[in-house]
Design a protein around this ligand. Structure first.
Ligand code: DC
Length: 226
């Protein structure tokens, strides 16, 4: 498929809405780059933990925010993430990082640093990019061609997450998800929020292929100028 102008797609929403699977598949189908911004926040959190920085100390986090070099590979079929040259794709998914990422990502210096990386990756994606996160449509790329906000009931989200975590207790997963969403939605700097011009897609009763089709159609409609 030929397209002269790059297309920028922002996909936001809380965890467990199928954001990553949808974003990767949409990017792959349309020949676009893909960026998982949650992985970047997880990577900087991993670096803080790895370097003994107290993740409860906002001043210490702010002072260190510029130190790690975070590099994201944007091929949707093989997304990669390194910190100072180390592949951290496994370590960023641990329970320890998951439980600390909301605190680290709430620090304005961290957000400024990561936002800059995100904007430069979006600006250099030749054919365009699908960027998934929490504040992409509102803050990082407010001029995106298409903004999608994915939602799902807490029950559906917990069920999906505990499936991913290979049978983790669904009630514990549900509580942890609700707690993380509340922290991500209530922080002062660029909280999880739906942009006014985003299309909301409730994925509770949709299969993954249905969500992917829906977003691909939205992108194609935008490209066709509808
Ligand atoms: O999508 P995820 O669960 O991997 O994201 C991990 C955390 O990163 C999430 O709890 C909040 C933070 N995050 C953020 O603050 N802004 C983004 N654009 C993406 C993620």
């Amino acid at each position: 498929m030929e397209s002269a102008t790059p297309v920028i797609v922002a996909i936001d929403g809380p965890s467990g809405t199928g954001k990553s699977s949808t974003s990767k598949a949409v990017a792959a189908q349309l020949g676009l780059s893909y960026l998982d911004t949650g992985a970047q926040y997880r990577a900087i959190t991993w670096w803080m933990v790895h370097n003994g920085i107290d993740t409860g100390d906002r001043a210490a986090i702010a002072a260190a925010a510029g130190k790690p070099e975070i590099v994201s590979g944007t091929d949707p079929l093989n997304p990669t993430i390194t910190v100072d040259g180390v592949d951290v794709s496994g370590p960023i998914r641990t329970q320890e990082v998951t439980s600390k990422v909301s605190a680290v990502s709430a620090v304005p210096d961290v957000r400024a640093r990561i936002t800059e990386l995100q904007r430069s990756l979006a600006a250099t994606a030749e054919r365009g990019i699908v960027v998934e996160g929490r504040d992409i449509g509102t803050t990082v790329l407010p001029d995106a061609d298409l903004k999608v906000f994915l939602t799902a009931s807490p029950e559906a989200r917990a069920a999906r997450r505990s499936g991913e975590l290979r049978g983790a207790d669904i009630h514990t997963t549900r509580e942890a998800l609700i707690k993380r969403d509340a922290a991500d939605s209530s922080r002062k700097t660029s909280p999880l929020a739906k942009a006014d011009d985003a299309v909301e897609v409730d994925t509770t009763d949709l299969t993954l292929p249905q969500v992917i089709d829906c977003v691909v159609t939205l992108v194609e409609e935008k490209r066709a100028g509808k």
